[in-house]
Every structure is written in C-alpha cells, then in structure tokens.
Design a protein around this ligand. Structure first.
Ligand code: 0PR
Length: 385
C-alpha cells in the first residue's frame, strides 16, 4: 500500500484501465460461461443491501425475512410447500452444504463413519471439493450412451457406507437431466439421502415444463429427493454470488448446526459466517420482477437460440454430441481435433470451453448471447470448416 491517500478520480481511472482486460458479456464472445450479466434492477437492489450480514440475523431481521421468502419461493418452484435452506454463494457452496447434511445425518442416524458419496461421472467438480473437505470417498456411477447416469451402474455401487447419491438436472458440460425419478425411487427404497444438483437447470427446467417442453421430473414431487441446489446467479439473472440450497426437512439443517453462543441466534448451519444479505435481496427482487411469466419468456428465448445454433451447426456439417435438453450445445468437427478447433476459435477471439466427457466444444447459450452473435459465430465456423 502506498503511503499517502490517492484521489478517487485517479483510482477509478486506474481501475477502469485494468477492467479493460476483462471480457464483457455484452460482446457475446463469452461462450463457455454459466454466468451472465445480472439484470440492472437486481444490481440496484444488491447495492442497497451491501452492508447487511445474514451471519447475525437478529441484527438484520428484515433481510433474514427476505432470505426465508426467497427459499420459500424457490421451494415452491420445486414443488415443496415448506422449504428450508439458504441463499449462499453459488452451486459449490450449496453442494457442499447438501453433502455435509447427508454425511452428518448418516453419522447421527446410521452410525456411518467412513462414508461414501455416489456421483455420476458428469458431476461438477464441486463434489470433489466437498468429499475432500468432509473426508468422504467418491464412488462414480458410469454414464450410459446418452451421457446420463446408468442406473444399473449406480445400483451396483451402493454400499452400507453410502451417505448420499447425487444426480444432476442440467449437467455442466452437456446440460442433460439424469433419470432422477428412477434414482429417487432407488434412494427412497434404500433409505439413502438423495441430492439433486440443479445449479444450472433450476431456473430453467420448471419454466420450460410450464411451456410444454417434455423434460423429466427432477424436483421435490419425487419423495426420495432430500435437497436441491439451484443457482439464481445463472439463468435467474441475479448478481454473482447467489446460489440456493433447498432442503426438504429442517432436520438436515439441524444436523449441521454448530453453537454460535455470542450471536443473536445460538446456532449456525451455513458454512460461511458473515454472509451477504445482498444476494438474497437481489434474488427476491428479480424473482418478483420477472414472475413465472417473465422467466418462461427468458427460458423460451434461450431455447430458441439453442435450437438456432444447433441446426446451424448441423447444416455446416459439424457433429453435435446430443440433442440439447437445456441451453448448451456441444459439438465437434467430423475430422478435426477438438483442441485444434478450439484454438482456431480462440484465434478469432471466441472464448470457448472444451468439454471433457466427451471431448467437444461446448457453448452455453446464456442470456448475453444474442442471435447476431450466433450468426457471426456460425459464419466463422463455416469458414473454419
Ligand atoms: N453444479 C453444476 C451443475 C454447475 O454447472 C456448477 C457451475 C456448479 C455446480 C458450481 O456452481 P458455482 O460455480 O456457482 O459454485 N458450473 C460452471 C462451471 O464450472 C460455473 C462457471 C461459471 C464456470 C462461469 C465458468 C464461468 O465463466 O463450468
């Protein structure tokens, strides 16, 4: 730190220059991100709640009320009348909380000490962080030829050490939805905690279903589902960071509670202590602002762009990995290595990401990607072809 204070203007000028190094969502060049520009109204509300701290909710009763309301609204969206949970920093924290709840529950009620979690090969890497922190062993269930959990493989790896089964509603790489209904049944019959990671799909699947899209059930209407991760900072258009963890029962929060004797509440179940009220307030505002109708419209636009891009790719001759269920398209050139194609796109200033399973260029059609960007991208892809 320098010795003397610097003028605000000078600091802002310097920051603006550095900020220039960042890519801007509005350019439509960011193709591999699940985040997007938050809605201006959500940002406005976020700023108004910057000083609120949900770590000490007795001091911020209004903001705590807002968090509870958001949890309730997301719960309703997921067919749960009485929801428990928190608005956290994102899918990673939500998944860690779910796995912690499952581990503690199994330890308390089944006496499992060296627990295991079953995750699909397609699971987000946040589960590896969770397992590492919580001292759990990861057991992977294989995928079938459609890149969804192979249910037989899953059944085979269940053991008396299994503390949780995880399935995904909107996989990170391909945006696919696992056979959650079948898995819910298996989890229920075996009395095993079942967590659904809908970090990506949570703010899209319910609306697409409402619009008549034929998508599988993934929510609390399935009796085996114990918790669901849903991220408002993805298609919910809330500012980063905003993740949601929704539990079916309060006891899942209780088994994680630690004493916080000198605070205004005497126990805490979240991982983070001092935590943002701004995320809850912004999510509350944006959910009210859009309502179901607004989100239906957004979801439909995303799927329209997805179909436009998917068809455009096939017309040129690219091979898509699967027909998209949500707003992700993954593809390859019939005889060009994926990395070579990625490099060519990077040279043209497209910020692409490469999926690992299977290797493919992956485009997440978030709200900042407009049709004109897709037309330009398809032109470049035609040139490369
Ligand atoms: N679960 C699923 C299914 C996800 O896709 C993600 C995020 C998470 C959990 C974790 O969520 P948080 O990142 O909010 O903790 N998937 C994206 C990914 O890892 C996140 C992302 C966002 C990556 C923007 C890049 C980027 O530019 O690919």
């Amino acid at each position: 730190m320098q010795d003397k204070p610097i003028d605000k203007e000078d600091i802002l000028k310097e920051l603006a220059e550095i900020h220039e190094l960042d890519y801007d969502y509005a350019d439509g060049r960011i193709l591999g991100s699940m985040c997007t520009e938050a809605h201006p109204f959500a940002k406005e509300v976020y700023c108004k709640f910057l000083d609120t701290n949900l770590g000490d909710p007795g001091l911020f009763k209004g903001t705590k009320f807002i968090e509870n309301e958001v949890v309730k609204s997301i719960g309703e969206l997921l067919s749960l009348d009485e929801a428990y949970g928190n608005i956290v920093t994102g899918g990673t924290e939500a998944n860690i909380m779910a796995i912690r709840a499952a581990r503690n529950h199994a330890r308390k009620y089944k006496g499992i000490v060296d627990g295991e979690i079953i995750i699909p090969e397609s699971a987000h890497f946040s589960f590896k962080k969770a397992a590492d922190m919580l001292n759990l062993k990861i057991v992977e269930a294989a995928l079938d030829e459609n890149y969804k959990i192979d249910v037989d493989s899953l059944k085979n790896v269940i053991s008396d050490k299994t503390v949780a089964i995880v399935a995904i509603a909107g996989t990170t790489e391909l945006g696919l939805i696992d056979p959650i209904e079948e898995i819910s049944k298996i989890a229920h019959e075996n009395n095993i905690y079942f967590h659904v990671d809908a970090a990506f799909g949570g703010f899209s699947i319910p609306f697409l279903k409402e619009l008549g899209y034929d998508l599988p059930v993934f929510d609390f209407s399935l009796p085996g589902v114990c918790s669901i991760t849903v991220d408002p900072h993805k298609m919910g258009l809330a500012p980063i960071p905003a993740g949601g963890i929704i539990f079916r029962k309060e006891e899942y929060l209780e088994v994680m509670a630690v004493d916080s004797p000198y605070l205004t509440v005497k126990t805490q179940s979240t991982i983070v202590g001092t935590r943002l009220g701004a995320s809850s307030a912004a999510t509350y505002a944006i959910m009210k602002y859009f309502g179901r109708q607004g989100y239906c419209k957004l979801a439909a636009q995303l799927m329209e762009n997805t179909q436009f891009f998917n068809e455009g790719l096939k017309e040129i001759g690219y091979e898509v990995i699967c027909e998209p269920e949500l707003n992700i398209v993954a593809f390859n050139h019939p005889n060009m290595d994926t990395d070579v194609l990625a490099e060519k796109l990077e040279d043209l200033d497209w910020k692409v990401s490469v999926a690992k399973c299977p290797r493919a260029i992956r485009v997440v059609l978030m709200n900042h990607i407009k049709k004109e960007h897709l037309k330009k991208l398809l032109e470049d892809l035609k040139e490369i072809y």
